[in-house]
Design a protein around this ligand. Sequence first.
Ligand SMILES: Cc1cc2nc3c(=O)[nH]c(=O)nc-3n(C[C@H](O)[C@H](O)[C@H](O)COP(=O)(O)OP(=O)(O)OC[C@H]3O[C@@H](n4cnc5c(N)ncnc54)[C@H](O)[C@@H]3O)c2cc1C
Length: 412
Amino acid sequence: MPLDHSDQKLIAPTREAAEAALRAFAPRMGKRYTNGRNYDRGPGLHGDVSMLSPYLRRRLLLEQDAIEIAVREHGAEAAEKFIQEVIWRGYFKGWMERRPIVWDQYREGLIRDLAAVDRDRGLRRRVAAAEAGQTGLDCFDSWAEELVDTGYLHNYARMWFASIWIFTLELPWRLGADFFFRHLLDGDPASNTLGWRWVAGLHTRGKPYHAQAWNIAKFTENRFNPRPAELAEVVEGLESEEPEGLPNVTPLRTLPVPNPDRPTAFLMTEEDCRLEDFDLSALNFVGYATLSASHLRSPLPVSSLVEEFEDGALRDTASRIAPDATGLRAGVPTDLSRWASRLGATQIATPYIPTGPLRDWMIEAKRDLEEAGIDLVEWRRDWDSAIWPYATAGFFKVKKQIPAILQKTGLL
Ligand SMILES: Cc1cc2nc3c(=O)[nH]c(=O)nc-3n(C[C@H](O)[C@H](O)[C@H](O)COP(=O)(O)OP(=O)(O)OC[C@H]3O[C@@H](n4cnc5c(N)ncnc54)[C@H](O)[C@@H]3O)c2cc1C
């Protein structure tokens, strides 16, 4: 079960619970975060980090809200580390928008890796043992269990886990990324795929992340004490798997403007659950639906915790916008045009759908929409537009722009 760190309550997938969690963490966003954020104290004890990621990922809580309260309570300098971490999220999202082919290659590679698992009994056994937390390596096994039981892992645990998966257990990195994506409540196509690529030395080329025994002992306060020989002692990044290097940066998608005269169907997805921020009064709405899509994260079954969280978040969103909204599930892509046609809509409006499984599905659905004369219109938040133009290389380029980004978005 996903636990709240302070009193082990279940995390509720609502805007109200998100805002309560934000207020509760606000006093810890300054010095305490700077000093304590690297410590993985274990399930139920992650009090030095916010655990806001399942909310931020779905925009039940906005990145701006988190930064605004951090600046208000502590000042931009004392809250610098927290602000930077929140901006990492936008950086990774923007980076993936600028190189969507990296997502396509991940998905294609994953299909090949899963086929190899089907063919190779030894590989199948090793992957199953890793996912079940039965490798015999205490720290790794405990993190696998925590991930499956709670849908959360501390950032350091994610780094150590991924590094051990790739370099000690020598398992294909995409299978590990898929295991995370199936279980993380905050599972995000950009942060997860690029987090794994970063550990593998594919993002910051030539700098793989090396999980070392002393580092694990120190930042788990000796909860885990692996012997150095139990972990890969030398790690070599996987750059040779991609000899052509990183693909070129592409322009951001241009978005058609919604036409106020057309009968419009409104679609709510977990990509943005704060719809009341948008003034849509000029549009002519003829119907509303929620679209659940968590099951698209992987060809394998996705954790029920993830599906339940998405389901709750969509119900909460609908309750604030259109309580009688139809509940759709992203199954056969033609279902979308059928629903919109039944309403007599010639336009579907929805907040921006970033690169990832839902966008892949939408690309398929769009073919039928076009045939039925229905346009899909999306819009981007100013927050994303402020960060994404800089997300073309390493994080440093975005980091340098943080004061300008905060000024532009009214936070400084
Ligand atoms: C291999 C790997 C996979 C990851 N997969 C995901 C994922 O699927 N979804 C996801 O949201 N994050 C992912 N992360 C990033 C990071 O681990 C989590 O965002 C963070 O641990 C969430 O916990 P928190 O809310 O307590 O973080 P806090 O430390 O409290 O940080 C506050 C917020 O900043 C953002 N943030 C912090 N660190 C990062 C980071 N390195 N990258 C992007 N955003 C960050 C998150 O939105 C987080 O909620 C991954 C990292 C690694 C190394």
